[in-house]
Design a protein around this ligand. Structure first.
Ligand code: DX5
Ligand code: ZN
Length: 215
């Protein structure tokens, strides 16, 4: 069954504890969007938010680093108990394999993320090394954008390549996922789906998570 990672970018920051508890109770993974205003045209939050979240997180935390020099933050994330960390291929380039190794040495699951304009074949060299691939279904930077449907073909191609090589990597999709498209996302082969607005913008976020899961 597909796993749901609510993105706290869309949470209520005046009452963040309530929203983290909701993810602990109903979600599978807490998705943390870190943006630096350089790799992506927006700034979100850093350790002043992640540190307190880590204190009450029971669901595994998944940091999505939309920053240049992501490797600068791996050690601190590990200290906070973050279990999964993805960084953008656009930021890492030929250091991608090294960054994956750094994350593994710190005991984290390593993810490689790409925006919709990067051919998914750029990820193929890391099949067998990365634990997961984050295929963006919107351009990284903002919540509440429209899902880009070409993502489904990109996911299917990546999934086929992972299977062809007999590898284990999971596929995560992030951006614009809601009840109306999540089944198509699941059918394309996605294992973990990020949802911000579809969860925290819903009148009943717990029910929204169940609906996304299809349970
Ligand atoms: C976008 C972020 C997403 C975002 C998803 O750069 O990586 O995680 O919060 O938000 P929705 O689900 O609202 O598109
Ligand atoms: Zn994200």
């Amino acid at each position: 069954m597909i796993q749901i990672a609510p993105s706290i970018l869309a949470a209520d920051f005046l009452h963040l504890e309530k929203d983290i508890e909701l993810v602990n109770r109903c979600g599978d993974v807490i998705h943390l969007d870190v943006m630096d205003g350089t790799l992506v045209p927006n700034i979100s939050f850093g350790f002043s938010v992640i540190d307190p979240v880590a204190k009450i997180a029971r669901a595994p935390m998944d940091a999505h680093l939309m920053v240049v020099h992501p490797e600068r933050w791996f050690e601190k994330l590990a200290k906070d108990g973050v279990q999964m960390c993805s960084f953008h291929w656009e930021a890492a380039g030929r250091n991608t394999a090294r960054h994956i190794r750094l994350l593994h040495d710190l005991g984290l699951k390593a993810g490689v993320a790409v925006n919709p304009d990067i051919p998914v074949s750029k990820l193929y060299p890391y099949i067998g090394q990365a634990d997961y691939f984050l295929v963006m279904s919107v351009f990284a930077g903002f919540g509440g954008q429209k899902f880009i449907y070409e993502t489904l073909d990109r996911v299917a191609a990546l999934k086929a390549e992972i299977q062809r090589r007999g590898a284990q990597a999971l596929i995560e999709v992030d951006g614009g996922v809601y009840e109306g498209n999540v089944r198509a996302v699941e059918e394309a082969g996605v294992d973990l789906v990020v949802a911000g607005s579809a969860v925290f913008g819903a009148p009943d976020p717990a029910a929204a998570i169940s609906a996304l899961r299809g349970a």
